[in-house]
Design a protein around this ligand. Structure first.
Ligand code: HAS
Length: 542
């Protein structure tokens, strides 16, 4: 790697882990408050810590890690180094996002932006918090443009050639991000900033939530797709196998691009003001977005099984024994995949209207996203870190680091088992999400929830140890002995069918996506704009 590229990638990855550490402290504390184990000093609020936890972990850790990882893979697969314009855009993005993150974090710590990571109206932060969000979003666009430019240049200089799978997937990820963030940009610029500066008296609250979820659902796929890049492209190489099918992998990414945006209303199924017909349409589209994940599962099983059988594995599950269990680069992401099976099943439950009525706004939902983003995605990102840092810095992943990494993964799984299973269970018993310690005047139902909350806090404490372990491992990786570590990029099996060129006809996919978005959103948004009953004044939270 070019040293200048290493610097850019490392800056993103290390900033991500700093955010994980700070977010972890906030997460631990809010978990202990929720279970009634501690009371906070200096008038620090539960919701304040919850906001810090959500923003630092779900937005900052993920976005920085993703951009760093994508830049590394784009540099590696598209010419060996970044174009100087792409690198400059990467740095511009980094500094804009960092300025935004620092301002937002300070405001949250000052209790002037206690609006949770889903910052829609009517809750209202200091206007500067929204300005900070603009910096974060526009900064991430700059990084996206850097990736697009590198890809365009490669395509122009390699006429009629299929782009490397990694770079294709990186482009899909950033394209989806760009189109999805338009919704939140409109919300911030036309609703939240005018409301918080006092330029308008009221805003249309349901519209604010709809614009947020137009962005909020693809946000979760923005986290997932880089994990899928690792599962499709990196893992086959690490286990010594091959990618099952390039065409299938690209098709699943195109489907994720098309169906991850016009589905935001499945977060608003229980909300009045939106007609059931449009909720129904978006639920159908939600079930469409499940299909590429099922294709991913199929492809991964095929990769594992074909590889195992090529090594002589016998019986239905004999291939499992041939997987490199002692290699943390495989072990951590594999555990992420395994957990994604129940996590995804939980998502399908959420998306089903009647069952959503049971789980919506309960701790079940919190359990769902701690399995998806905080386990499947986080463990995959940790698994990537173990080879990415040494590959970028010219160091080796020692046997000791493999062991420490596996210990970290197991700690994470144990913590998450306690935390997430009690969240799912107590959610089904009706315990609300996002509520500070309360027994609702000793109501028998609420008293019944308390033991689960204590188990959640125990799980959260184990997870915090997991955060400390991964941060320690990152430091050890930076100081590992000098040497060579491979950047693992898989090859496709010889028997796979050729990839149709249509997958790279971006204008077609973007046009279909725009049509789908208009179909899914035009009428509900028109209805909301014409509904005067949904205006509200901002609720100042500070
Ligand atoms: Fe979700 C709420 C529906 C996936 C994250 N979701 C959330 C929230 C977050 C989140 C953060 O419809 C809360 C937002 C908030 O604060 O209010 N979700 C879904 C559906 C899916 C889904 C249908 N969610 C995710 C992913 C996330 C994520 C991924 C983060 C990364 N979700 C919902 C709904 C709500 C929701 C409702 C709103 C709830 C409410 O009422 O508020 C699907 O995409 C899931 C599809 C996944 C699968 C699994 C495929 C399995 C694979 C692994 C293969 C394993 C192998 C290893 C090969 C079908 C690919 C096997 C080895 C062996 C040895 C067996």
């Amino acid at each position: 790697f070019d040293r200048r590229d290493t610097r850019l990638v490392l800056a993103h990855i290390l900033f991500a882990f700093l955010a994980l550490l700070l977010g972890g402290v906030a997460g631990l504390l809010q978990g202990l408050v929720r279970s009634g184990s501690i009371t906070l000093p200096y008038e620090i609020g539960y919701y304040q810590l919850l906001t810090a936890h959500g923003i630092l972990m779900a937005i900052v850790f993920t976005t920085y890690f993703i951009i760093g990882f994508l830049y590394s893979g784009v540099a590696r697969t598209l010419g060996g180094q970044l174009l100087s314009i792409s690198r400059s855009l990467g740095w511009l993005g980094f500094f804009m996002m960092t300025a935004g993150t620092v301002i937002a974090t300070i405001l949250i710590l000052l209790n002037k932006a206690t609006v949770l990571y889903t910052f829609y109206a009517p809750m209202m932060a200091s206007p500067w918090f929204y300005v900070a969000l603009v910096l974060i979003v526009v900064g991430s666009w700059m990084s996206g443009f850097g990736i697009f430019i590198q890809y365009r240049y490669w395509k122009r200089t390699h006429k009629a050639k299929l782009s490397p799978l990694f770079s294709f997937m990186a482009v899909v990820t950033m394209l989806m991000w760009l189109i999805a963030t338009l919704g939140v940009a409109v919300e911030v610029l036309f609703q939240l900033i005018p409301l918080s500066f006092g330029w308008v008296e009221t805003v249309n609250v349901t519209l604010s939530r709809t614009l947020f979820w137009y962005f909020g659902h693809p946000l979760v796929y923005f986290w997932l797709l880089p994990a899928y890049i690792c599962w499709y492209v990196i893992i086959p190489k690490i286990i010594g196998g091959k990618i099952f099918s390039d065409a299938l992998a690209r098709l699943s990414f195109i489907m994720l691009l098309l169906f991850s945006i016009p589905v935001g209303l499945h977060h608003q199924l229980m909300e009045p003001g939106i007609s059931p017909v449009w909720k129904y349409v978006q639920v159908i589209l939600t079930f469409m977005v499940v299909v590429p994940s099922l294709m991913t599962a199929f492809s991964l099983f095929a990769t594992f099984e074909l590889h195992g059988r090529s090594l002589g594995a016998k019986g239905l599950f004999g291939w499992l024994k041939k997987l490199p269990w002692k290699d943390v680069r495989f072990f951590a992401p594999f555990m992420g995949m395994l957990i994604f099976i129940p996590a995804g099943a939980g998502g399908i439950i959420n998306a089903s209207d009647q069952m959503n009525a049971v789980v919506h706004n309960t701790l079940w939902v919190t359990g769902h996203f701690h399995l998806t983003v905080a386990t499947s995605v986080a463990l995959t990102f940790f698994g990537i870190t173990y080879w990415l840092i040494p590959a970028m810095t010219g160091r080796v992943l020692t046997p000791l680091l493999h062991k420490l990494g596996i210990a970290q993964t197991i700690t994470w799984l144990i913590g998450m088992f306690f935390m997430s299973s009690s969240m799912h269970t107590v959610g089904l018993l009706g315990s609300p999400r996002r509520t500070a310690f309360t027994t609702y005047q000793d109501h028998p139902d609420a008293v019944l929830w308390m033991p689960y909350h204590v188990v959640m806090a125990i799980g959260g404490t184990i997870l915090f140890i997991g955060v400390l372990m991964i941060v320690m491992n990152v430091i050890l990786l930076l100081r590992a002995p000098k040497g060579y570590t491979e950047y693992p990029i898989g090859e496709v099996t010889e028997t796979a069918e050729p990839t149709p060129a249509i997958f790279e006809k971006w204008s077609i996919w973007v046009a279909i996506l725009v049509v789908l978005i208009f179909v899914a959103y035009t009428v509900p948004v028109m209805e909301l704009l014409n509904n005067p009953g949904v205006g509200a004044k901002g609720m100042v939270t500070w």
